[in-house]
Design a protein around this ligand. Structure first.
Ligand code: ZN
Ligand code: ZN
Length: 367
């Protein structure tokens, strides 16, 4: 979807959010709507009668903001004010007054208490109204350009894992392997890692979000590898769990089997029209049948895109309906304290009759 169309779609949603205008302060949302990637910027989007949105930022981004608005094709649709804090506030206030904004939406999930008070003062007489997930709802459905970037991010991550996998059998430390994986992703074209890489071995594998430690990885260990790349702003997310030497001990062998089957069942359940809860249930039932309901303590997945965790969330009983071109992860896991854990995760694009998997690294557990 071209950028100008994103602004149009957002304007069409303002009525439903019961606001005359939305003050977009979450930077990934500003980026999504305008192409601007600076670390400071606020976008005021007013209703359908007004063809101009207003972006304010500071002098560090004067040239960049201009270039990026042109590149996104929204130069004519977004008025830009560059200046100090005071100038920025005045510009937004003037714009809000000019189009008689009475109810001003703030992004409640991203605005601090103090900035809410400041906006209320600056933009009076407009009354601040809490909104949630307005731009995020648009971001769920990816266009072909976004999907191409995510495909590329996932391919970089796949290739990077291929380069470093042998390190798991070389008695290296978790943090050494994590660094090697991060470096490989950068070398292969990632602009950054999508989040802090998880390399969790042996008993550490029982902690779903362990940080890489100085522990040396030894034969027989399960090793959870959860990581992703960023390509042109868009992220990938994949987990594979390996067993060093390829032969897990009794309980772990069963955990590998059950989690693998649960993950496959979850991916098989994904298609347009099902609920997020349906996908969660497909994974969770298999794990519960194996007697490990309590050992699967997190949701089955989440949306991915400009952020690593986006809408929709795939958890027990969640009711959002998956639409085509929504990108979600499917990542069940079983974690047994003192023994270890297994998680398997793919990032998939929802299609009319199933899904298209972006993360394609093989699921063989031997390493
Ligand atoms: Zn992950
Ligand atoms: Zn994930």
């Amino acid at each position: 979807m071209p950028f100008p169309q994103r602004l149009t779609h957002l304007r069409a949603r303002l009525d439903a959010a019961e606001v005359d205008a939305l003050l977009v302060t979450a930077l990934p949302n500003v980026r999504y709507l305008t192409g601007f990637t600076g670390s400071a910027g606020v976008l005021l989007v007013t209703g359908s009668g007004d063809p101009l949105a207003h972006l304010v930022t500071d002098g560090r981004y004067r040239t960049q903001a201009d270039e990026q608005l042109v590149a996104a094709g929204v130069h004519g649709a977004v008025e830009l004010t560059v200046g100090g804090v005071q100038a920025q506030r005045q510009a937004l206030a003037a714009r809000a007054r000019a189009v008689s904004v009475r109810r001003l939406g703030l992004e409640a999930d991203h605005v601090t208490w103090s900035s809410q008070r400041r906006w209320t003062e600056d933009l009076a007489p407009a009354v601040p109204v809490a909104t949630s997930g307005v731009v995020e709802a648009l971001r769920q459905v990816k266009d072909s350009g976004e999907l191409a970037r995510m495909e590329r991010a996932a391919a970089i991550a796949d290739a990077a894992l291929g380069e470093v996998l042998s390190l798991l059998g070389e008695r290296r430390r978790e943090d050494e392997v994590a660094l090697a994986l991060d470096t490989a992703m950068r070398r292969l074209g990632a602009e950054d890692r999508a989040f802090e890489t998880i390399i969790a071995s042996g008993p550490n594998a029982a902690k779903p979000h362990a940080r890489p430690s100085a522990r040396t990885i030894v034969p027989g260990d399960p090793v959870v590898v959860d990581f992703g790349a960023i390509f042109d702003g868009y992220r990938s997310d994949m987990t594979r769990t390996f067993c060093v030497g390829g032969e897990p001990a009794e309980t772990l062998a069963r955990v590998f089997e059950v989690v693998g089957a649960a993950q496959a069942a979850g991916v098989a359940a994904v298609r347009a029209g099902v609920t997020t809860g349906d996908v969660d249930k497909a994974c969770r039932d298999l794990i519960a049948d194996a007697g490990w309901a309590e050992a699967f303590e997190h949701g089955t997945g989440h949306g991915v895109g400009l952020d690593i965790h986006e809408a929709p969330a795939l958890g027990p009983g969640s009711t959002a309906i998956l639409g085509a071109d929504v990108v979600v992860t499917v990542e069940p896991g079983v974690y047994l304290a003192g023994i270890g854990g297994v998680r398997v995760e793919d990032t998939v694009v929802v299609t009319a009759d199933g899904c298209h998997t972006l993360t394609r690294f093989p699921k063989d557990i031997a390493a």
